[in-house]
Write a protein that binds this ligand. Structure first.
Ligand SMILES: [Fe+2]
Ligand SMILES: [Fe+2]
Length: 132
């Protein structure tokens, strides 16, 4: 059962951006499913690290565009990116110390909320302003 379901209101108005967002969600879902209770698996810890890097790279690209364009909402948008990265770090930590199972549903809800809100607000606005 994927923790984040792709929904139409995730769409930003740019098909290639939506495709990339969809890929990031799929990666996270696959990993999340592999995180079972019990001792952490090396593959999953490594996989989480890879997802973290992929998402960071996506954010870095958006942030560079915003800085170059002196985009007024850059600080708020970047703060929201940092918030997701913090949440993923928390998941990685919880998984590595074996308490992930207790908080799985809460983590899932938080991630779902982040994606719904970020795509609908920050990313939709960014891609509308930049026209891509
Ligand atoms: Fe994005
Ligand atoms: Fe963004």
């Amino acid at each position: 059962m994927p923790i984040i379901e792709w929904r139409d209101d995730f769409k930003t108005g740019d098909a290639s951006v939506d495709h990339e967002h969809q890929e990031l969600i799929e990666l996270l879902n696959t990993l999340y499913d592999s995180m079972v209770e019990g001792p952490p698996a090396d593959d999953t810890v490594r996989g989480l690290g890879e997802v973290f890097v992929r998402i960071s790279a996506h954010f870095a690209l958006e942030e560079r565009e915003m800085r170059e364009a002196k985009y007024a909402d850059y600080p708020a948008h970047k703060d929201d990116h940092e918030d997701l990265l913090d949440q993923i770090r928390d998941i990685m930590d919880a998984y590595e110390v074996g308490v992930f199972g207790d908080q799985r549903d809460a983590f899932g809800d938080n991630l779902q909320n982040w994606f719904v809100n970020h795509f609908k607000t920050h990313d939709a606005k960014l891609h509308r302003v930049f026209g891509h």
